[in-house]
Design a protein. Structure first.
Length: 214
């Protein structure tokens, strides 16, 4: 198998994190989460992390150049057998064009997890996060064994502020505005594969494997 990159796109709640983690486990690929990279850099106090912190603390978007630096460093530092799975990047057409230069010479495919707004609002409103270890639960699909308690570490399960219905609607509106051109860009290049994000995880993984010939 040639070393490659899989980019996971999709609106909030489409299941990018779960799908990415599952694929990474199956193929022993490295899962690169843009959000995790930023949090790690800020926690460690790296040069890039210190610059990113200034924007995060103000509630502003971290500039593309800093995000690209973090992803570039990770891609150069790691050498997994199969490849990389990138979750949460790119989010804009400008980021996609810059990422092309970063990934030059490495074949990559873009998976777009599609889901209706009504489905996503319902899914996210039922999501709970462990405030200690970050484990993700769903009150209907993946409930904890004990209400409000993380199975993994015993931490308290909380609902993120941005998972409340009124906030979710705004997040989805922003996402659709941001990514329309991005999807057209990848679609025109023939590397965009649309997969349903509303079905069972097993079906989603099978569809990705078939469409991307993994």
């Amino acid at each position: 198998m040639r070393r490659k990159i899989l980019v996971l796109l999709g609106p909030p709640g489409a299941g990018k994190g779960t799908v990415g983690a599952t694929l990474a486990k199956i193929y022993h690929w490295l899962l690169v989460s843009c959000g995790d990279l930023l949090r790690e850099a800020i926690r460690k106090g790296t040069k890039t992390g210190k610059m990113a912190r200034q924007f995060v603390e103000k509630g502003e978007l971290v500039p593309d150049r800093l995000v690209l630096e973090l992803i570039g460093e990770r891609l150069q530092r790691e050498n997994p057998v199969g490849g990389f799975i990138i979750d949460g990047f790119p989010r804009t057409l400008n980021q996609a064009e810059q990422f092309d230069h970063l990934a030059e010479g490495v074949p990559y495919a873009v998976i777009y997890l599609k889901a209706s707004d009504d489905f996503l609002i319902n899914r996210l409103a039922q999501r709970r996060i462990c405030e200690s270890c970050g484990a993700i639960y769903h009150l209907v699909n993946i409930p904890p064994r004990h209400s409000g308690v993380c199975d993994a570490c015993g931490g308290r399960l909380i609902q993120r502020d941005d998972d409340r219905p009124e906030v979710i609607k705004n997040r989805l509106e922003v996402y659709h505005r941001q990514t329309a051109a991005l999807l057209d860009y990848y679609r025109s290049r023939g590397i965009l594969f649309e997969v349903s994000g509303e079905g069972k995880l097993e079906n989603t993984i099978n569809e990705i494997q078939e469409k991307c010939a993994l």
